[in-house]
Design a protein around this ligand. Structure first.
Ligand SMILES: [Zn+2]
Ligand SMILES: [Zn+2]
Length: 287
């Protein structure tokens, strides 16, 4: 009799252990790391309210749906959802070849695009630079339930969003505040990105063709306000700026948001990704 009881307990314990193992498998290393980072920073403000209210009812349904969108990010150091925000930490190093990588880097490749005026030498402010891509360290905090904000805050210089491969997205202006022109485009590499002259921080101002190479209407990334950015094609039709509103987007169903969502489109004409400002309230980016 005793033996049986012990046996049953062993079985039960094994099952529990197995269940725990399975859980552990689902939680990635990334999430393990983030828990420690998170706990210190936010115990006071967010955790208390959220935890009590939502553990039982919402977490299971909602998180799966939300996380599946954010699961599209790769080549980032860390990504996790906490409260109403997704946090994305990236070193901003493109996962594709570039003429701007140092020549001894495995991702260096000479320019093979169709711009005969391409050059890795950048002229800015009367000076010339030969920048190489260098690691940055950005952390984006982006709302996961974006809502329109009718003040449509202007974008600023530097990162205004992040692409699915962890590369940062800049607005349509150069460092001097004028809309990009041939001068800059002669310095965009085979996948439409380039580094800043001074920091080597790589960025896209226009469609990152690496991310749309298989599907010209694919999800590209997100602006800081949490609204997604798609490639130029929707339902087989190429969109241009004239098809979009002043902020360079519109509301429609997408593969990731079948119920419809406001989203930006990268187009081949200016202002390329964003227009007069954010559709929603931007989160933050820190370095
Ligand atoms: Zn630039
Ligand atoms: Zn659309």
């Amino acid at each position: 009799m005793k033996k049986n009881v012990i046996f049953v307990i062993c079985i039960a314990w094994s099952l529990l252990f197995l269940a725990n193992c399975n859980n552990d498998d689902e939680i990635t290393d990334d999430f393990d790391q983030t828990e420690t980072v998170d706990d210190g920073a936010t115990d006071e403000d967010t955790e208390t309210e959220d935890d009590g209210a939502t553990d039982e009812d919402t977490e299971t349904e909602d998180d799966d749906a939300i996380e599946s969108v954010w699961d599209a990010f790769y080549n980032v150091e860390n990504i996790y959802i906490q409260g109403d925000y997704v946090y994305i930490n990236t070193f901003d190093l493109p996962d594709h070849v570039s003429a701007f990588y140092p020549e001894d880097d495995s991702l260096y490749a000479a320019y093979d695009g169709d711009n005969g005026n391409f050059s890795t030498t950048i002229t800015a402010g009367g000076q010339t630079f030969d920048p190489e891509i260098a690691a940055q360290n950005y952390t984006f905090k982006i709302p996961i339930n974006p809502v329109v904000n009718t003040s449509h805050q202007s974008t600023s210089g530097g990162p205004i969003g992040v692409a699915l491969n962890g590369v940062v997205i800049y607005n349509q202006y150069n460092g001097a505040g004028t809309v990009l022109d041939d001068l800059e485009f002669n310095n965009t590499d085979q996948y439409n990105g380039h580094p800043t002259p001074n920091t080597g921080g790589y960025h896209y101002h226009i469609e990152p063709t690496w991310l749309t190479r298989n599907d010209p209407g694919a999800l590209i990334g997100f602006l800081l306000d949490g609204f997604p950015i798609y490639g130029p094609v929707e339902e087989g039709v190429e969109l241009f700026t004239a098809d979009l509103d002043d902020y360079h987007g519109h509301t429609a169903a997408t593969a990731e948001y079948p119920d419809g969502i406001y989203h930006y489109h990268a187009t081949s004409d200016a202002p390329w990704i964003n227009g007069d400002g954010y559709w929603g309230t931007p989160g933050t980016v820190s370095q």
